[in-house]
Structures are given as C-alpha cells and as structure tokens.
Design a protein around this ligand. Structure first.
Ligand code: IPM
Ligand code: MN
Length: 349
C-alpha cells in the first residue's frame, strides 16, 4: 500500500522524537511491504523563523494532500514571556486544527504493567486503567468571541457551541463506546453553564440511537476528582475543548509518564497524530526525550488512518518489549541505564 504522510516535526524535541517514529514506520513498512512517501513541512516557531507564519499555506496544502499527518510539537520559550508577541507558535496549532477541521481529539490513557510503580498514584487505584477522552477541538472558548473593554481593563472570552458541533463529537463518542465497554461519560458543567446544558440536552437526545450504551453525566469538577481517585471506573469520556485540555493533562500522569501518551485528532479532512507532551524546550537537542509517545501515535496512525492493524500491533509490541527490557530514556530509567532518544529509536526499528 502507498502511504502518503505529511511530517511536521515542529519545535523543541519535536524533530528528535519524530525522527525515531519515522525509523519505526519505515521498518514496519518494509516488513509489511508498504511504500511510505514522507513530505516534511514547517510549523510552529520553526515556521515563524523561516517564513514569518506558524502554519504557512504551503504546510496546509501538504497536509490536505496527505493521507495522514504525523506531528511532533510546537512552542518556544522565547514567546512564552512575551505577551506582546504578534505571532505565536500556538496560533499555528489552532489554525491548523481549524483549517483541517480536526474537531475530535482522541486521547487515551492506559497503564503499562512494567511501569505501574512510576505513577504518582497508588497501584491498586490505577491498575487496569484504560480510558479514552474525546475532546472537542475546534469550538468552545478557544475559538469564541474575545476582547477587551473599558480601555483594556476588562477582558472576556466566550464559550459557544452549536448543536451540530456537539452531535458530531458525541457521535464519535457513542461509536467508540460501542467498540469498548459501552460506557460513555459526558463531562460538563450543566449546573452553571448554558453551553453545558446544550451539551447535556443534545447527548441525552442521542441516547435512543445507541440503546446499548450506558451514558452518565458528570460535572467537570467531580470528574477532576474521581479521575485520580478511581480512574479505572471510566471508559469513554466526551467533553468540550477547555475541560478536555485540562482533564487530559491530568489523566496523562496516571500512566506514570507523559512521554508515553499518544493522540489522534480527526475531523473533516486529513487526520493528525501527535504525542500529547509538548515541545519540552529544556531537553531540545540533547537526545534525551522519550520518543515512545510519538512512536505510539504512529501506531494509532497505522490503525486508524490506514486500517493496518497488524502493523499497529507490531509497533505496540516493540514498545512493550522496550519497556519490559527497560530500553528507555531517563524519564523512565530510574536507577537503571538511561538510553538516548536515538538509541531507543534504533532499538525499536
Ligand atoms: C494541547 C495544548 C494546546 C491546547 C496549546 C499548546 C494551545 O495544550 O494540545 O493540549 O491548549 O490545546
Ligand atoms: Mn493541553
């Protein structure tokens, strides 16, 4: 099969972890007789430096033409403490999500038996955790009307959702729940927010189309608490953009390392696969960052974007073996040997 993949390494550790994922993808492609055509494009601070824009049109065109996008990370410290910066790398990310219509961000959280001691939570609390967040990604407060009033002394951001936006995200949630334990949790703040009441009303109206799915409705503050108390009580969770941003970071610590969690963003055009960790600028260029989240994102890409299950399993198996044998970077090595990013990549491929 011919696989056309757009490659967006981005900033910070992005290029290093992407390089390892590319090695692994090429090795799998060779084994299963696929032909990958990689097309690299600029994003983030790297794109601002080169062409003055964090998501250039040329990059968008490459993404639209590809069958899938493999993405590293964006963000650079030189913008973080400069509120006056006119263009910021993160704007590129938001523009890309909107332009590719990536309305659903799929973020799984699971535990690895060999790493269970790495989690800050007690083993018995997290054992067996295997949950998936579906975060709405192109609406809500991230994209609502915002501004300043009163000579800059008052600021506002607005959270707006349409019924159609909720339906398309919730539909993916119901469908995913059907392939898993048939439990779906709708996370909102319907006791306070009108937009949350629309979420709840819309999801409730969809229940009749999925009679086998058991739906629960929980307030976001309660979920934030139960997520660290009993994470293994959840299966599929759907939620709006900002709640999903916060809760998925919280969920990522359950597994013991943010460096392990992959994600997919899907929607109207090409789907995108990326690790959930950011650009981790302190580690950039040092060959120490954990490449496994990016490698696992590539596994998600094989399965979801191309329907290549065996290839995805082969990648996941290799990752599990590297964890069992502790061929891991310093974030996971504890008292054992800390391997370099590139060494982990070489071992996997
Ligand atoms: C994420 C990130 C982004 C977000 C930032 C970098 C804009 O935190 O992908 O979760 O808030 O969506
Ligand atoms: Mn985030």
């Amino acid at each position: 099969m011919k696989l056309n993949i757009a490659l967006l390494p981005g900033d910070g550790i992005g290029p290093e972890v992407i390089e390892q994922a590319v090695k692994v993808c090429n090795a799998v492609a060779k084994k299963y007789n696929h032909d990958i055509a990689w097309t690299e494009a600029l994003t983030g601070a790297a794109a601002i430096d080169a062409v003055g824009e964090p998501y250039p049109d040329a990059t968008h065109e490459i993404c639209m033409k590809a069958d899938a996008v493999l993405f590293g990370a964006i963000g650079h410290p030189k913008y973080d403490n400069d509120p006056s910066a006119k263009v910021r790398p993160e704007q590129g990310l938001l523009k890309m999500r909107k332009a590719l219509g990536l309305f659903a961000n799929v973020r799984p959280t699971f535990t690895f038996p060999s790493l269970i001691e790495n989690s800050p939570l007690k083993k018995e609390r997290i054992d067996g955790t295997d949950l998936v967040f579906l975060r709405e990604l192109t609406g809500g407060i991230y994209f609502g009307k915002r501004g300043r009033l009163d000579n800059g002394n008052t600021a506002f951001d607005t959270c707006t959702y349409t019924r159609a936006e909720i339906i398309r995200l919730a539909k993916l949630g119901f469908e995913l729940a059907m392939t898993r334990s048939k439990r779906l949790c709708c996370v909102d703040k319907a006791n306070v927010l009108e937009s949350s009441r629309l979420w709840r009303e819309t999801v409730q109206a969809m229940e009749k189309d999925y009679p086998e799915v058991e739906v629960s409705y929980e307030f976001v503050d309660a979920v934030a608490m139960r997520l660290v108390q009993w994470p293994n009580s959840y299966d599929v969770l759907i939620t709006e953009n900002l709640f999903g941003d916060i809760l998925t970071d919280e969920a990522s610590v359950i597994s013991g390392s943010m460096g392990l969690m992959p994600s997919a963003s899907k929607g109207l055009h090409t789907s995108l696969y990326e690790p959930i960790h950011g650009s981790y600028p302190q580690a950039a260029g040092k060959d120490i960052a954990n490449p496994l989240a990016t490698v696992l994102s590539a596994a998600m890409m094989f399965e979801d974007a191309f329907g290549l299950k065996d290839e995805a399993e082969a990648i996941k198996d290799a990752v599990n073996k590297s964890l069992d044998k502790m061929i891991v970077t310093e974030d996971l090595s504890g008292k054992g040997k800390a391997y370099k990013t590139s060494e982990v990549g070489n071992w996997l491929d």
